[in-house]
Design a protein around this ligand. Structure first.
Ligand code: SF4
Length: 689
């Protein structure tokens, strides 16, 4: 930070919202945020920002911030000291651990918090409490994408950078809405499309803004992406358009894979994905004619019962066409939260230690056991979906959650709330008194990014530092400090004086972070993992090897899982997603005055056809009912959706409008990611416009 005479501080920070990872200067005077100033030094965004990064910061000064630890007494909470709160936590967690065993505890980490904080939290769960029951919210979004990539190319991250996307010949976006969810990335795609002749295909149920501009908008039947992607792959092979040399030299399992595609004919795709042969052939031809193809995808792919398989099918298509390991090509799962990539990278997963090393591997575990001086659990723990089930079954009794609004973002929230009520002891650590905190026994006041230091990892695997802008409010503390104090209450003897000490420890332990250090990420500098011991980044993966022992990728046969059908009376398909101005459930953005006045409450998007048939106008109030719950919401008649497909933004903190009152408890069969996008409802008119 540079101090000027007029006491304006200019501090580099990294956006706390989406996974694009924009960085910029925040200009402040004491706690007052004067402006956000982008600079050409920012590696991802240069001088661009979006409305959230530019105006979404006054939540840090919100009246509603938590300022003191709270302890429940009956139906009320009273303000407590840190000493009191941490002592109570140590007593209760120790009691549960001793009486019920280590695995009676569950730990839910935060994709909004730093890499260092996530690392410490998994260290706390594993080394202090002896459990692998730890997970983060990528379980709700992108775990299927990572799993699909691990099966095929070996690393669960973007294969290149946003520069590769911007310079690619052909960008295919599947089940994502970058204009609203990853705005600065979308701007780069739009520019490349408009000025540099980049071709664009968008596959989405909804005609989002990018689909409107695309050379081709594919509108498949809900939940049928795997079908059309596999059909295009088969067609390319049948025509002999595959990358023959690449397949021969760098890919295993080609023959078995070819056989697995047998049923995915154009006719099969016509029938099950509802797409014409011409559309499928045009897609195949565009891939054939492109020097390099990038495929970007998000929740429209992953939040299905076959989400991992569809992600795998995307990687298969890219392998068949030789689109890995060269600039301007590759697989790009678009990460949602600012640090959804980093939370998983740094080990808050039930099956992986930091850097995606399996907990079952003796060699890996013993490296950590030596460093941490304690024995570690040998088997994968429960993921967050399984933790909720285990609470219902009485097997998990204590939970520690930070920076995560499970009570609003989990699928089928009525069920999740029931689980919270069953917990013997529940700690929630956040910056606001969240919906989830209502169920807690202890609530701890944490510090948002502007009040601490740390690093975030964006969707490109780029690790970036941000600096402290202001002191923590009142009694608030950075999450990493809270974990350290709690661990030490439990007798752990941790001694980190700064987040850089934590990063140094990670660099020693996790090979993919070997050369990561705060010194090398000073100011606007960043590092992209895997980072070699000499500090060299790897922005483009797989140039020489895929991450398997023999260095070769694997084509991985997958089959189609048709989407969940809730029953005939639920005759409308309900899709959900984001609004540009709000972030996820909105618990930060809707406390930012700079943003909140720009948007109103979520509206249910209804097609013109359906509106006519049901006699609805924009403004009509309707009730949506699924087998799991009901919501009341107002209608917006629009041509963004068609036929019997509805769309409800997920950004709300109002329970009566929360889309997850309607979603089910079914999930992706490989990763337990909820099938948020497989929801059907019936609709009743309550009040005319
Ligand atoms: Fe922040 Fe994402 Fe907007 Fe960039 S695009 S300013 S990272 S919300």
């Amino acid at each position: 930070a540079t101090m000027r005479e007029d006491r304006i501080n200019k501090t580099k920070t990294v956006c706390t919202y989406c996974g694009v990872g924009c960085s910029f200067e925040v200009w402040t005077k004491d706690r007052e945020i004067l402006k956000v100033q982008p600079t050409s030094d920012a590696p991802v965004n240069g001088i661009s920002t979006c409305v959230k990064g530019k105006f979404g910061w006054d939540f840090v000064n919100s009246e509603e911030r938590l300022t003191k630890p709270l302890i429940r007494k009956g139906d009320k909470f009273y303000e407590a000291t840190w000493e009191e709160a941490l002592t109570l936590m140590a007593d209760k967690f120790t009691e549960l651990k001793d009486k019920e065993g280590s695995d009676s505890l569950g730990f839910i980490a935060s994709s909004k918090c730093t890499n260092e904080e996530n690392y410490l939290f998994q260290k706390l769960a594993r080394s202090v409490f002896g459990t692998n029951n730890i997970d983060n919210c990528s379980r709700y979004c992108q775990t299927p994408a990572s799993a699909g990539l691990m099966r095929t190319v070996g690393i669960g991250g973007d294969s290149g950078t946003m520069e590769d996307i911007a310079t690619s010949d052909l960008v295919i976006v599947v089940g994502a809405n970058p204009t609203e969810s990853h705005p600065v990335l979308a701007t780069r795609v739009k520019r490349a499309h408009k000025l540099h002749g980049q071709k664009l295909i968008v596959s989405d149920l909804r005609k989002n803004e990018l689909a409107d501009r695309a050379d081709l908008h594919i509108h498949p039947e809900p939940g049928s992406d795997l079908v059309w992607i596999s059909a295009v792959t088969k067609y390319i092979l049948d025509q002999g358009w595959e990358a023959k040399e690449f397949l021969e030299n760098r890919v295993n399992n080609v023959e078995e894979f070819k056989q697995s595609l047998e049923k995915f004919t154009l006719e099969y795709a016509e029938k099950h994905a509802g797409l014409s042969k011409e559309t499928l052939i045009q897609t195949a031809e565009m891939i054939r004619d492109a020097e390099g193809t990038c495929i970007l995808w998000a929740m429209g792919v992953t939040q299905h019962m076959g989400g991992t398989d569809t992600s795998t099918a995307i990687a298969n298509l890219l392998l068949v066409t030789g689109n890995f390991g060269k600039p301007g090509a590759g697989a790009y799962p678009l990460r949602g939260h600012n640090n959804v990539q980093g939370a998983s990278d740094f080990g808050t997963m039930p099956n992986f230690l930091p850097g995606y090393e399996p907990v079952e591997k003796d060699e890996v575990r013993s490296r950590y056991e030596q460093a941490w001086g304690t024995e570690l659990p040998k088997y994968p723990g429960l993921n967050n979906h399984q933790i909720v089930e285990a609470i219902m079954d009485g097997n998990v009794k204590g939970m520690y959650l930070f920076g995560e609004e499970m009570g609003l973002v989990d699928s089928n929230i009525n069920y999740v709330e029931e689980a919270f009520e069953k917990l013997d002891f529940f700690v929630v650590q956040d910056i606001f008194f969240s919906k989830t905190a209502q169920y807690a026994d202890v609530v701890l006041p944490a510090a948002p990014s502007l009040e601490k230091e740390g690093t975030f990892t964006n969707t490109e695997r780029r690790i970036q530092r941000f600096y402290q802008v202001m002191d923590p409010l009142d009694d608030c503390k950075p999450d990493w400090q809270i974990f350290q104090e709690f661990a030490n209450k439990m007798g752990a003897n941790w001694d980190y004086s700064h987040p850089s000490d934590i990063m140094d420890e990670v660099a020693k332990l996790a090979p993919v972070f070997a050369g990561v250090s705060y010194d090398r990420m000073e100011g606007w500098d960043s590092q992209v993992w895997p980072v070699k011991p000499n500090g060299e980044s790897t922005p483009l993966l797989y140039e020489e090897r895929f991450k398997f022992l023999d260095g070769k990728a694997r084509l991985f046969p997958v089959d189609w899982t048709p989407p969940l059908q809730m029953g005939e009376e639920f005759d409308l398909h309900l899709n959900n997603g984001r609004l540009l101005e709000q972030f996820h459930e909105g618990n930060m953005t809707n406390k930012s005055e700079g943003i909140n006045h720009k948007v109103s409450n979520p509206w249910l998007e209804v097609s013109h056809e359906l509106a006519k048939e049901r006699n609805l106008q924009s403004g009509s109030l309707v009730r949506l009912t699924s087998p799991y719950g009901k919501v009341k919401v107002r209608v917006l008649v629009t041509n963004r959706v068609t036929g019997n497909e509805l769309y409800l933004p997920m950004n709300t903190t109002e329970n009566e409008k929360a889309v997850n009152k309607l979603t089910s408890s079914y999930y992706d069969k490989d990763t337990h990611t909820p099938n948020y996008k497989e929801t059907q409802v019936k609709m009743e008119l309550l009040e005319k416009a």
